[in-house]
Design a protein around this ligand. Structure first.
Ligand code: BG6
Length: 295
């Protein structure tokens, strides 16, 4: 399968399609700067983003499943139509679905698509069309997430890019930009609070949905001397999650010590749901930029 996809969508020096873990088709993007990224068709899941110096900027668990029907643990899961628990499987249907490769080109960039199937309709009775465009720059990764209601009835949904950043040591990571933002504390029945810290640091489990958060956040990975900027457009909310020790231990596809090496800073529509009339579309974009700290 990867071979046929490569023949159709490969671009010398920029886009390669090759088998990934367990043979699952993977699109590898390469930038002339030396930066790279990898996207699985399974879930349209970005599993790697490396800067020109070769630093891996995303976290993927060594315990992750790479198997049909199961989410990959780490990278950038695409969440739709439900974020969190509810009537559907946790975090919805898109992250475990087989997406299609729609387009490649204009440099290291690829667009994947997902539409309803017998399986999604059995779980959630709405036709839809999703696209995820992944574009690699010298120091940036741009993710454009488009959602269209292709059915005859309105629907309401969540839509999230559940990004797992890799950090050298979570105890030396700092997230800037959320002071003054209201949040729902998932660890306390979604109790509503307001963030008072100008800089978030991490020494215990955190699971919060920041509502209408500022569009630019900064994550400092002090252990590795890296600074990540997260710029979002038309994606109002941000979830900050680290499972810490106890939740890591009870999560089968997550190593017990791996909470030290990651932080999820997720962007999208998390609360409330977004309503889409028949024929309507929504597009949100997140641009990740990596620089040396102080650079
Ligand atoms: C986060 C949620 O978005 O995802 C957490 O806020 C959840 O509560 C985490 O534990 C991971 O979810 P999952 O389904 O991938 O284990």
């Amino acid at each position: 399968m990867s071979e046929a996809l490569h023949a159709a969508f490969g671009i010398p020096g920029a886009v390669t399609i090759a088998p990934g873990v367990h043979g699952l088709p993977q699109v590898v993007l390469t930038h002339p700067s030396g930066a790279g990224a990898a996207v699985y068709l399974h879930g349209a899941h970005v599993t790697s983003w490396t800067n020109a110096a070769g630093d891996e900027l995303l976290f993927v668990s060594r315990e992750s499943y790479f198997a049909a029907g199961r989410p990959i643990r780490g990278g950038i899961p695409v969440i739709f139509p439900q974020f969190g628990g509810g009537a559907l499987p946790q975090h919805g249907l898109a992250r475990t679905a087989a997406w299609r490769l729609l387009r490649s080109g204009d440099g290291p960039a690829v667009t994947l698509g997902l539409t309803e199937s017998a399986d999604t309709l059995a779980a959630w009775p709405h036709p839809f069309a999703l696209e995820l465009d992944v574009r690699l720059g010298a120091a940036t990764l741009t993710l454009t997430y488009t959602l269209r209601n292709t059915g005859a009835e309105p629907f309401a949904c969540h839509a999230v890019l559940h990004t797992y950043f890799g950090v050298g040591d979570i105890r030396r990571a700092a997230l800037h930009g959320l002071a003054g933002t209201a949040y729902l504390d998932t660890l306390h029945d979604r109790r509503r609070e307001v963030e008072t810290c100008p800089v978030l640091r991490f020494d215990q489990e955190i699971d919060r949905i920041y509502l209408n958060a500022p569009d630019t956040l900064q994550l400092d990975d002090e252990a590795r001397g890296l600074r990540l900027t997260i710029a979002k457009h038309n994606m109002p909310d941000v979830t900050v999650w680290n499972p810490w020790i106890a939740k890591a231990a009870r999560t089968p596809d997550f190593g017990d010590d791996e909470y030290l090496r990651m932080l999820c800073v997720e962007t999208g529509i998390m609360h409330p749901q977004h309503a889409l009339a028949p024929g309507d579309a929504w597009t949100g974009e997140t641009v990740l930029t990596c620089a040396a700290a102080g650079g």
